[in-house]
Design a protein around this ligand. Structure first.
Ligand code: CO8
Length: 295
């Protein structure tokens, strides 16, 4: 761990806060919330502007995410927005209004999304309120998306004379299909959590107040599993969006073979045979017997 050398990894910045290990939201006034081993919580922190993604925020987000991704103690990352009203209502329109084709070509801003897309650690978006424009694109860039019942998704860029520029046309189309993506992209219509779930945009919808806890619980479940395997599973699923089926299967087989000979593979299989919980590298064995044995 390099905690003392890299404060951004553990506390973030004013615009992008980090809690690592994350704490589950407290149940009562005396409960500080249990720390969740291996889970980092990243909070977009401009609540008065509905967490609009300014260039400065995007730069900080990229640095924070990169730092967390290279920390071996971090095995799952949750990204959320400060406050109850928004995950993020898009890129900062005030800043965008000043841009030209040349300034955008030279801009580092896009790297905020690109860096989130590039991390090997599993990522989960916890969305309450608005996830619009670049905010929707950021949520879709995460591997899983937990939506509160008050979540609202959309790509409204068409209404301000532009189109999505941070992957929205591509990721929305892959997530929900071309015909449905076309309608949302060409009208800018916003959809609520239940419709987003029906369309396959989100992993699950939960009561609004439980959004963050639910995302953190999912992250903790993933973080308790062997990190090499969760990263490989993520890489394989990501490849499905990039490669033709035959190429994707070749890629999966390569990742599958790579697992063999790793300490986690040896330990996982030995523990199964010996009918005991596995002890993953660098972590204590879980208390109880294994509940779910692989099928
Ligand atoms: N940018 C800047 N400020 C914003 C944004 C935004 N995207 N969204 C909200 N705000 C600010 C408002 O200006 C307001 O500030 P203030 O109180 O100082 O006036 C504050 O947040 C609260 O917003 P509202 O008063 O508008 O709240 P409402 O409840 O009335 O409306 C909405 C909420 C519907 C979310 C409304 O704020 C809205 O339509 N926001 C804009 C949504 C939008 O069009 N998003 C897409 C932006 S373009 C984009 O994301 C492109 C991404 C790719 C570019 C990559 C560049 C590097």
């Amino acid at each position: 761990m390099t905690e003392a050398l890299d404060p951004i990894r553990h506390s973030g910045t004013d615009l992008v806060q980090v809690e690592c290990p994350a704490r589950r939201p407290a149940a009562g006034s005396h409960d500080t919330g249990a720390p969740l081993d291996g889970v980092a919580l990243v909070t977009l922190n401009r609540p008065r502007a509905l967490n609009a993604l300014s260039f400065a925020l995007l730069t900080d987000l990229g640095r924070v995410i990169e730092a967390l991704d290279t920390d071996p103690a971090v095995r799952a990352i949750v990204i959320t927005g400060a406050g109850r009203r928004a995950f993020a209502a898009g890129a900062d329109i005030g800043e965008l209004a000043e841009q030209t084709p040349d300034s955008l070509a030279a801009s580092e801003g896009f790297r905020g999304w690109d860096r989130v897309a590039a991390v090997e650690t599993p990522t989960i978006a916890a969305v309450r309120g608005y996830a619009l424009g670049g905010g929707c694109e950021l949520a879709m860039t995460c591997d899983m998306l937990i939506a509160g019942s008050d979540a609202v998704f959309g790509q409204p860029e068409i209404k301000i004379g532009i189109i999505p520029g941070a992957g929205g046309t591509q990721r929305l189309t892959r997530a929900i299909g071309a015909a449905r993506a076309m309608e949302l992209l060409l009208t800018g219509r916003q959809i609520r959590a239940d419709e987003a779930a029906r369309l396959g945009l989100v992993t699950k919808v939960v009561p609004a107040e439980e959004t963050l806890a639910s995302a953190l619980d999912l992250a903790a479940e993933i973080a308790a599993l062997p990190a090499g395997a969760t990263r490989a599973a993520k890489a394989a699923v990501r490849a499905a969006a990039e490669l033709p089926l035959a190429g994707g299967i070749v890629h999966e087989r390569m990742l599958f073979r790579e697992r063999f000979g790793t300490p986690d593979q040896a330990e996982g299989m030995r523990a199964f045979v010996e009918k005991r919980p596995p002890r993953w590298e660098g972590r204590p064995a879980p208390a109880g017997p294994t509940e779910d044995r692989p099928g």
